[in-house]
Design a binder for this molecule. Structure first.
Ligand code: ADP
Ligand code: TRP
Length: 333
């Protein structure tokens, strides 16, 4: 029997999922679950969200929304281990233990922490203003997420590559003290994952308020698509597909033959109004079914609770076994 590669990724419940999240992260992750040689572990990183969301009601709601999104888009909890990070309390234990073999200097170099400090530069502020320990320790918690399950690979966006390198550093540091214990994980970053543009052409991001939330109703979806910024090339004139927000989004949802036809239509001078109609159609075709399931799930939160509980029940014995090994090695057992 060949061992399956363990593929793990976490999703922070810090915003309502949008089209950029779907194309850039959720869809590629769901595609990996179809591979029989992989065991996929997908979890909701609610502990990680705590460093930015300090409102219990909001965190709860976002956690349900993120869980419902993955389920509605086809995550099958019988094929993937799907759980909430906070249910695996062993992670918090491991985080402390890993923190004790992690140099503070390593964490000083983390991009997210440095970015926060940069915001304070030139102002009459302490350099650490606005930095909580949740943010500072973020990479250690993330190492715990990955290492506890002896994961082989971690699909992430480019912004998270440094975190995976740190997880490797932390694993190596532990292994040096206590003997070979943790596997060193690899990041998998899809080649130049397309950056999905938002309504204004910048990267679609909740921070820019330019998103198309995945499961807005049909009318609202149509309205957002109409709001997408276009250049002023008049109808009937040939149009460039490069740098076209409309074309880029169309390509993400349409079949390859449809994309080819659309490319031709651009060259033939299709009007932007017409493109928007077609874009709405292909988006709505993909999202209509999941949208319905999403709303049904949010109306039935006990179902989500139950699925996450079952996921945690499957993940916990694995976590417990690994913690026994760890505690034995470090002298706690
Ligand atoms: P946001 O930028 O809205 O805050 P997150 O940083 O929470 O989104 O991203 C969650 C996941 O979605 C990450 O894996 C990220 O790489 C992916 N993602 C977010 N926005 C886009 C986008 N516009 N295009 C492609 N992928 C994206
Ligand atoms: N840092 C990831 C993000 O930016 C979320 C995350 C938390 C994660 N723990 C993880 C990703 C472990 C992969 C593996 O959204």
């Amino acid at each position: 029997m060949t061992l399956k590669r363990k593929t793990i990724t976490g999703v922070k419940p810090t915003g309502t999922p949008h089209v950029g999240n779907y194309i850039g992260a959720i869809k590629p992750a769901l595609d990996l679950t179809k591979d029989d040689d992989r065991q996929t572990l997908y979890f909701i990183a609610d502990l990680h969200a705590l460093n930015s969301i300090h409102n219990g009601k909001e965190l709860k709601q976002l956690t349900y929304e993120v869980a419902a999104t993955w389920l509605a888009l086809g995550l099958d909890p019988s094929r993937s281990l799907f759980y909430k990070q906070s249910d695996i309390t062993e992670l918090v234990e491991l985080q402390w233990i890993l923190g004790s073999v992690t140099n503070k200097g390593l964490l000083n170099r983390a991009h997210a922490y440095k970015a926060k400090m940069d915001e304070n530069k030139g102002k009459d502020l302490d350099e650490d203003t606005g930095v909580n320990m949740g943010l500072f320790n973020y990479p250690v918690m993330m190492a715990a997420d990955i290492l506890l399950f002896q994961s082989d690979e971690v699909p992430v966006g480019k912004d998270n590559i440094q975190h995976i390198e740190m997880a490797r550093d932390i694993a190596q540091s532990f292994n040096r003290y206590y003997g070979d214990t943790f596997k060193l994980p690899d990041a998998i970053v899809s080649k130049e994952t397309a950056v999905i543009p938002g309504l204004d052409g910048r990267k679609m991001s909740k921070s820019y308020g330019n998103t198309i939330p995945l499961f807005i109703d049909e009318k609202e979806l149509e309205k957002r698509v109409k709001r997408i910024v276009t250049d002023s090339t008049p109808p009937n004139e040939p149009k460039a597909t490069e740098d076209s927000i409309l074309f880029s989004l169309y390509q993400s949802f349409a079949a390859p033959e449809e994309t080819e036809q659309m490319q031709q239509a651009f060259a033939d001078g299709i009007g932007y109004g017409e493109v928007k109609k077609e874009l709405f159609n292909v988006m709505n075709r993909t999202l209509a079914g999941p949208r319905k399931t999403y709303h049904e799930l949010l109306e039935n939160k006990q179902k989500i609770d139950q699925l996450l509980r079952e996921g945690a029940e499957k993940a916990k014995p694995i976590a417990r076994r690994q913690m026994e090994i760890v505690k034995e090695r470090i002298g706690l057992l």
